[in-house]
Design a protein around this ligand. Sequence first.
Ligand code: FRU
Length: 449
Amino acid sequence: MADYGPESDDDGTPRWTRAQASGIERSPDAVAPIVYPPDEQDAPEIHVWDTWFLRNRDGSIAEIDGYRVTFSLTAPADLLPGKRHDVATIRYFYSRDGRTWHCGGPVFEDTDEQSSASPRSTSSREDGAALGSRQWAGSALYDEDGAVYVYYTAAGERGEDELTYTQRIAVGAGGRVETTDERLSIEGPFDHEVLLEPDGDRYEREDQSRGMIYTFRDPWFFEDPETGETCLLFEANTPTQEGSDAGDGDPHHQEFNGSVGIAVSESGDPTEWELDDPLLEGVSTNQELERPHVVVRDDRYYLFLSSHEHTFAPGIEGYDALYGFVADSLRGDYEPLNGSGLVVTNPANAPFQTYSWVAYPHREELLVSSFFNYYDLRGLSLDDVAELPPEEQQRRFGGTLAPTLRLALDGTETRVLGALDHGHLPLPDEELPPLLSEYRSEDPEQSEY
Ligand code: FRU
């Protein structure tokens, strides 16, 4: 009889255990409504996926002369959706109403995508080039002096001929926001710097990785309201010994070793970071604990992350979903929300319709943004999709912001309440429409599209 292992590892790091994750179940409270393509798109020439707000140090959404700003990973819409990670470029968007988003362009002028599309004149930006051959997800700080810090994942090496998957946590520091009545722009130059690399001890390096693609990415700025500590959360993996097991007797499970990492800036300087021990580990449970972020509510710390069906270790049936954990302090003893950790997932008949969720507080509720991913698959897996003719792959990919979800949070329990429009990202002072009487997702077992 398999012992599923303890709820914290030898160092006391809280674990998301196999036993907990084995309870994942598509319950009506966790299933989002079905998503249909939007009537209109703000920027049809590009696909967008992972998205984050420009936020103040305290985590609130920055409001600058009536504008709010988001950043998204983007790629040209005519590129095959599965190739988008290879050319990801961070663009920024601004809005006055939280519904219509105007694209301000790439936040860093000098990206690989840009320079190959339109060779630059010999400008002085050479030193200010974004790091990596492409930039993956991150977060953005609007500091008290008006400086913009865009944290991102530098994936691969700038200028490389063949794509590599090295990941380093980097920052573009020192941008400024300018506004007129008609528009907002983010102006460089940005100083780019690698902030963190895996140490091989608490955080696995690429050469130690035995599982699927290793992870060291998705930096998320967070200032702890209780302690004032300045932190950067990120997605990582825990080094595990070949042939060992996590108390469950199966050494292969160890290869699924996702973790939520943390680094601290003692002085509060947004560019000075030291690695610290992980907040949570999913060794033997899941390989990718993506885009971790924290919401503090009633003095409790809610840690959210996204993960995939295919990154759960063998023997655990999970979904592409938002998962959550709660503790009494940032480094507390995290317990999974709703018993298993599952917070929001897609309906069984559209299991990949959205991904990459970010939760943020809105009055009594939480709002959850994500992007519109693959839909109308009629039972196809994502591997099957990659075999379809290009136009069929394109037709089934959203590449826009998804409808924002409304979520009730009560202690260790959550419940999907309903959804707003695609890309409607309200500020906390914005009144939301009345909820439809007791939203209930459609039958979670239903399997037809
Ligand atoms: C989640 C994710 C992130 C990563 C990005 C790359 O959607 O895997 O972890 O930064 O996509 O495109």
